[in-house]
Design a protein around this ligand. Structure first.
Ligand SMILES: Nc1ncnc2c1ncn2[C@@H]1O[C@H](COP(=O)(O)OP(=O)(O)OP(=O)(O)O)[C@@H](O)[C@H]1O
Ligand SMILES: [Mg+2]
Length: 344
């Protein structure tokens, strides 16, 4: 059995975790920077990097000492090496490199998106490859076929905003503060999802890509019109987002090579209404539906440690001069999408 230390610092969560190759989370700590960024309505990269630098080393100490584990007991140190905010990624990666060098333990430079993509397998030992993955987070909205560790085929992506970003911007428009996803979900429970006419961008289009910028603008116009309550806008937005996801996913499932399971991961996978809608779609398609527990959806270090566990048998470790990658697509073969901006 192997033991891996995971380090996460790509956005606004500082996290460390110890995970075994037989799927036990031995210890984990996570510190959100919500309070630091809240006054600005979003993540400020410099503040994030500084907060990671202050918190990470004591956090790793705590995780190791509460488990009675020494660095030399580890089989690998897995640190997020991208994609994300470069300052924060560098803090975590440099920390991982220093610990690896000092203890002569291999370093695994982990793609944060691979952490999300494999996280459902940490919680569910029965989830085998291949599976169809809807990856919906703060920075990404993709449909992938996960064929094995390191083997990801991207079938769809967003041509503008990510879904989590659309939730966050809706929250900002409605004055719900940051982070927005959970606040929109809470308020949506009190509203009428049919009250506000909102668009379903790209619905029915041939390729299964996503677009949320037009939906966000429509939310802004609805709010400025003064005709709708915040709860009705939140509920109508959430329903429009779910409708878009179901339409695009159905399109993808109709066209791509089949797989036994439909899996959702990333921060927006924490949304209960989204989970319910996806489960119904999976049942209709006679697929198994798998969603990780809520704590594994948003950023955490257990998923990074687990990606390290999955990578352990594949190679001896990454070089200590591995460079942080602010952009790092899961599928390097994926072509840019027509009409897409820099996030393709
Ligand atoms: N209950 C929820 N409903 C909808 N969205 C949610 C919910 N909980 C979290 N989110 C959204 O998930 C996003 C955060 O997810 P995550 O931490 O995976 O993203 P990230 O790490 O910032 O981006 P990426 O993983 O693409 O680099 C935020 O946009 C947040 O609003
Ligand atoms: Mg993330």
């Amino acid at each position: 059995m192997g033991l891996v230390l995971g380090i996460e610092s790509s956005c606004d969560e500082t996290a460390a975790a110890l995970v075994t190759t037989d799927r036990r989370i031995v210890a984990q700590r996570i510190a959100s920077q919500e309070a630091e960024h809240a006054p600005y309505g979003g993540v400020v990269p410099e503040i994030a990097a500084r907060a990671h630098a202050e918190r990470l080393a004591p956090m790793i100490d705590a995780v190791l000492s509460e488990s009675g584990v020494e660095l030399r007991d580890l089989d690998a140190i897995a640190a997020t090496a991208g994609p994300g905010l470069i300052g924060g990624v560098m803090v975590g990666l440099v920390t991982g490199k220093a610990l690896a060098m000092a203890s002569d333990v291999p370093l695994l430079a982990i793609n944060h998106l691979e952490g999300h993509a494999l996280s459902p397998r940490l919680a569910d030992p029965d989830l085998a490859f291949p599976y169809i993955l809807l990856l919906v987070s703060g920075g990404h909205c993709q449909i992938l076929r996960v064929e094995g560790v390191g083997r990801y085929r991207r079938h769809a992506t967003t041509i503008d905003d990510a879904l989590g970003e659309a939730f966050d911007k809706t929250a900002k428009i409605l004055g719900l503060g940051y982070p927005g996803g959970p606040a929109v979900e809470r308020l949506a429970r009190e509203g009428d999802s049919t009250a506000v006419p909102l668009p379903r961008p790209l619905k029915g289009s041939a390729e299964p890509h996503f677009s949320f910028a037009g939906l966000k603008s429509a939310v802004l116009r609805a709010h400025e019109s003064g005709r709708y309550s915040a709860a009705d806008i939140a509920a109508s937005f959430q329903q429009a987002a779910i409708d878009c996801v179901l339409d695009r996913l159905t399109r993808a499932l109709d066209t791509l090579e089949q797989a036994p399971a439909l899996v959702v991961a990333g921060g927006v996978a924490a949304n209960q209404a989204m989970r319910g809608a996806l489960e119904t779609l999976a049942v209709d398609r006679e697929m198994r539906f798998v969603a990780p527990p809520l704590a594994l959806c948003t950023d955490n270090a257990a998923m990074i440690a687990w990606a390290g566990c999955e990578r352990l048998p594949l190679h001896a470790g990454d070089p200590l001069d591995f460079r942080a990658r602010p952009r790092w697509p899961l599928d390097p073969e994926a072509q840019p999408v027509r009409g897409a901006g820099v996030k393709a």
